[in-house]
Design a protein around this ligand. Sequence first.
Ligand code: NAD
Length: 432
Amino acid sequence: MEAKAVLSQRGAQAQKASLYENVRWQYNKAADLMELDKEIRKILAMTENEIIVHFPVKMDDGHIEMFAGYRVQHNSIFGPYKGGLRYHPSVDIDEIRALATWMTWKGAITDIPFGGAKGGIQFDPSQHSHNEVERITRRFTFALGNNIGPEYDIPAPDVNTNAQIMAWLLDTYLSTMPPHERQRCTHVVTGKPIESGGSLGRDKATGQGIVFTIEEWAKDNNFDLSKATYTVQGFGNVGSWASRLLMSHGAKLVAVEDITGAIANRNGIDSNDLARYVAKTGGVAGYQGDNPISHETFMKLKADIFIPAAMENQITTDTAPWLNVKVVAEGANGPTNPDGDAILKDRGIDVIPDILCNSGGVIVSYFEWLQNKRSEFWELEEVDSKLRKKITRAYEKVRDAAKEYNADWRTAAYIVALTRLEKVYKERGIFP
Ligand code: NAD
């Protein structure tokens, strides 16, 4: 469907569309095009389980605060539910439903034996002490109880959560297990610190996967990455790793934006040095006197590659006309809404869609889970080469589906995922 038709159909209202509505829009578009079985279509349009917990936590000064935590399990036909945990004021059931659904598609595209889930707590961790964040994490884990588990539902890091938070989650979960079961449960969570059972390469996995898909795109387009310029939105786990790894190809980072502001430098910004600065100061603002720029200037900046790696709904009717790049490599989940997509398509800007581009995280989470189950510890080279193989295979499948269906890449990625899901539902049938 062409951009104008989408815009008139969805209208200005679409700007306010919920994230889950965006997912449903993308899903229906792909399901129509591939003629997904109408019964299976009903199943995949809904989540399987939605858990909301309200739990009290004692603050440092002794007063009690109540928190709302979520875990949505979208689908488990391929294996245990899998997906990150997000700590952010925007977390609500709608956002977590959308993120859980995308996890199902990611597992399906990359051929890993996981279903889709996502969770989070609605709060701003920057407003709490280290000890409060620990107690909030532990109490949330306790409240979830058996709704997570190493063979059932496996959390991982996402926005504002990291290896330390996974270690607290692991410790709390194991502490509630009978002693003789504890040692076989370390794969209840992935993205753990290495010493607590994490995998080499998990920290950089999402960024590494993004760069592997950009390499494939460059090959397909006869594009020389060593001469490329790029901009990155979000300089946390995903954005900073993608940026550092792309820099090692010789590509030049010309602008970065995060929650603290945006900076630009036509001569290039050293991603490694910037990562050290952000670790110290908490954001990119004020880095080395680089030129501070507005959000609008950042989004309009000319570059070859744009990597959104922050939050959702950044590329919309308002901002898609601004972009001055050849390709958008989606590190974040849902950075482009359907209207933004239509505008990018009209303007000939390629998109490597989130469910393919950022799937390196869940792929290496699967490797971590396997290593824990088998009591193995893989070398980094092994992790990286297995990741490259899996994500490249997924990239090729999406590229082939885009040709076969004459579809944009997001729709093609959905078709790859839905084709696999449709096949397995047809094989297994519906109980009873
Ligand atoms: P993070 O918390 O490590 O970093 C988030 C970054 O986004 C920070 O630099 C923050 O300052 C910035 N940010 C937040 N709000 C912003 C705004 N309004 N404008 C500009 N910048 C803003 O989170 P992360 O793990 O890097 O996740 C980033 C994105 O990647 C999310 O969409 C997440 O769902 C997705 N993702 C993460 C993983 C993973 O393994 N961590 C895997 C797949 C996808």
